[in-house]
Design a protein around this ligand. Structure first.
Ligand SMILES: C[S@@+](CC[C@H](N)C(=O)[O-])C[C@H]1O[C@@H](n2cnc3c(N)ncnc32)[C@H](O)[C@@H]1O
Length: 293
């Protein structure tokens, strides 16, 4: 080693190299479409680099048991009466289930980033886990809402009731009392899960195995945010939340790790800008506040 070796300069240079390679990776993963910024990356890498947003609306992976083929049925319920039960193909999901570490990270990071609501889809068994994770990010639990799915699969084993709904945890990370646009309305949303991929002319376009119906996401965006707000979805899948944001005049930041779903999200968001009435029209009027007392 030469006499003029300077360890301080060496560590400064290494630090700068590391930062510039991280910046490069960040820029490479980013696509901007109108008011939407989309990242094709692991959200654990992106979230710490973001500025505050108005609200977080997310549909993260569910618990391990929901990824199990035994609980999943990819067929259309309407076809069941013509199909013998043992012939139905149940496919496992092609992305990883939620883990305790990921949930803790998301709870803290999204609590830090949101100036308002944190909404997370989950199975009912995970409501207390998400409530706790958001509380660790200083967000106060407000309600677990219900998405009722009238066309969900029957219980094929016949030994217990079928699961006909999913839950949405709503916690408030803002200052003061929580506010939403639903007044005294119930947090119950009824939309067929097979409406998720219905696009132009009623043609079904299955963009993602757990794609949410655009009408459901539009209701949530309308009720929990204002025009011009920025909504973050760290698990955007095929970008349904982003499509709702485009239709309803919100800005959107979406993150998706899998290339094929990211590409689909980019395509759907471009189409949403190109064809304003393709999937859904914005509600003409805000829901009215109901005076209960
Ligand atoms: C339940 S799906 C979202 C579906 C979406 N709501 C839609 O309508 O298409 C969750 C998505 O999160 C992605 N994902 C899982 N872990 C991730 C991570 N650490 N960072 C970014 N995306 C992740 C999965 O690839 C999957 O597409």
């Amino acid at each position: 080693m030469s006499d003029d070796y300077d360890p301080a300069k060496d560590s400064y240079d290494s630090f700068n190299l590391c930062i510039s390679s991280l910046r490069e990776r960040l820029e490479k993963s980013k696509v901007v479409i109108g008011d939407c910024t989309l990242y094709n990356e692991d959200c654990r890498f992106i979230l710490p680099t973001l500025q505050r947003v108005d609200h977080v609306i997310m549909d993260p992976p569910y618990e391990g048991e929901a990824h199990n083929p035994g609980r999943r049925l990819n067929g259309n319920t309407l076809e069941l009466k013509h199909t013998r039960v043992r012939e139905i193909h149940a496919a496992p999901l092609d992305f990883d289930a939620m883990t305790p570490d990921l949930r803790s990270f998301i709870g803290e990071e999204c609590g830090r980033l949101s100036s308002g609501w944190l909404l997370a889809f989950c199975q009912v068994e995970a409501v207390p886990l998400w409530r706790e994770a958001f509380a660790a990010g200083n967000a106060a639990y407000r309600r677990a809402m219900i998405w009722v799915k009238p066309d969900s699969s029957p219980q094929l084993s016949g030994d217990r009731p079928a699961q006909g709904y999913e839950t949405i945890v709503a916690s408030w990370a803002g200052r003061g009392a929580s506010i939403w646009n639903g007044g005294g309305r119930r947090g119950v949303f009824t939309f067929g899960k097979h409406d998720a991929g219905v696009g132009h002319g009623g043609v079904r376009v299955n963009a993602h195995p757990t794609q949410k119906p655009i009408a459901l996401m539009s209701d949530l965006v309308t009720l929990f945010s204002e025009q011009g707000n920025t909504i973050l979805d760290p698990f955007m899948g095929s970008g349904t939340t982003g499509v709702a944001c485009v239709k309803l005049g919100r800005k959107f930041i979406g993150i998706e790790r899998e290339q094929k779903y990211f590409d689909t999200a980019c395509r759907r968001i471009r189409e949403a800008y190109a064809q304003p009435d393709f999937f859904v029209s914005a509600p003409e009027k805000k829901p009215e506040q109901v005076n209960l007392f």
